[in-house]
Design a protein around this ligand. Sequence first.
Ligand SMILES: Nc1ncnc2c1ncn2[C@@H]1O[C@H](COP(=O)(O)OP(=O)(O)OP(=O)(O)O)[C@@H](O)[C@H]1O
Ligand SMILES: O=P(O)(O)O[C@H]1[C@H](O)[C@@H](O)[C@H](OP(=O)(O)O)[C@@H](OP(=O)(O)O)[C@H]1O
Length: 342
Amino acid sequence: MRVEGDNMVPRGNETDDEVVLDTTSFEQAQQRQKQLVIGYALTTKKKKSFLQPKLEVLARQKGISFVSIDQEKPLSEQGPFDVVLHKLLGNAWHEVIEDYQQKHPEVTVLDPPGAIQRIYNRQSMLQGIADLNLAECDGMICVPKQMVVLKDTTSSANEVEEAGLKFPLVAKPLLVDGTAKSHQLFLAYDRLSLAELEPPLVLQEFVNHGGVLFKVFVVGDVIRVVRRFSLPNVSNIEKSKVAGVFQFPRVSSAAASVDKSDLDPRVAELPPNPLLEGLVRELRSRLGLRLFNIDIIREHGSKDVFYVIDINYFPGYGKMPDYEQVFIDFFLSLAQAKLNKR
Ligand SMILES: Nc1ncnc2c1ncn2[C@@H]1O[C@H](COP(=O)(O)OP(=O)(O)OP(=O)(O)O)[C@@H](O)[C@H]1O
Ligand SMILES: O=P(O)(O)O[C@H]1[C@H](O)[C@@H](O)[C@H](OP(=O)(O)O)[C@@H](OP(=O)(O)O)[C@H]1O
C-alpha cells in the first residue's frame, strides 16, 4: 500500500506490507497544514486601513486567517486563536483582554493593555526617553520640555516660566483616546493665550525642525522610516509679533510622503540607522510593545540632535511601505517562536 503524502517516510524505509510513519515529519506536516488564526478586535476605521485586500490574500496563501472577534460574546468562547490583535478603547475592553491573557497564556496578545495605556497618556508616553542609553549611536535623542496642566490654565502661565518653558508652546490634550478631539493641537504664542486652552493637557515647547518629520514604524523587529511634511519653523519675528492661540491641522497625517528631491538635504536626511535601531530596541523593551510608531523631528540647524514628539500604538500601518509582507513575516515569526518554545 502506498499513500503519497508529506507524512510518510521516503521510499526505501518501508517493508512490502507495512508503512512506517516517521512521527517527526508527521508532526511537521501537521504543523505546515495548520492555520495560524488571528483574532482581531479593531474599530471599523482601523479594520479598513489595516486589513486591506492584498494583506488578506497574502495571508491566505501562507495559511494565516483573520477572524473578527465578536465583542458581544465572551472572548474565551471564541477562537481558538493563536494571536489576538486589538485596538479598542475603554477600560472594559482592557479588562476583557487582561483576563483572557491570564486564562490563555498560550495566545500571543498584541499588545498588553497596561503597556498600551501608558502611551495613551502624553505625559507617561515620553517619560524616561531622554535617559535612554544611546551612547555610541551616532546621535542624540531628546524630548521637548513639557509640563502637564490638569486644571487651571490661568495660573499655569507662572508655572510655565518657573519650569523654563519658552513660547511658542504646543498644547496637546493629555489623553489620546482615539477621538478627533484628542488630536486637536494648538500653538500658544504668549502667556495670556494659555487661559483659552482646555485642560487636562500638556504644554510642550515647539521645536523648529525644518518642516519634516520622520515617522518610524515598528513591527516586532522590523523598522521602517518615512518622511512626512510637518509644521514649518517659527521665526523670531513671528515669536515677537504674534499673540494668541491657534489650532493647527494634522499636517503630518497626509498619506503622501515627502519627496526628498524637493528638500534641503540637511533637513531631509534620515536619522542615522544606529540611532534608530538603538532607540527602537530600548523603547520596545521599556514599553513592552511590538506594534507602535515613533514620530521624530531633527532640531533645526543640527545634524544629529533629534526629538521624539509622539508615540502611537498600532498606528496607520496601511501607509507603511510594503506593510503587507512585513506583517506576514511578523505573524509567521510569532508562530515559529511558539514552535521553538515547545
Ligand atoms: N513639540 C513640537 N515641536 C514642533 N512640532 C510639533 C511638536 N509637537 C507636535 N508637532 C507637530 O504637530 C504634529 C502632531 O503632533 P503629535 O504627533 O504629537 O499629535 P497627535 O495628535 O498624536 O498626531 P498623530 O496621531 O496624527 O501622530 C506633529 O506631526 C508635528 O508636525
Ligand atoms: O497616519 P498617521 O499619521 O500615522 O496617523 C495615524 C494615527 O497616529 C493613529 O492613531 C490612527 O489610528 P487610530 O485611528 O486607530 O488611532 C491611524 O489611523 P488609521 O490606522 O485608520 O490610518 C492614523 O490616523
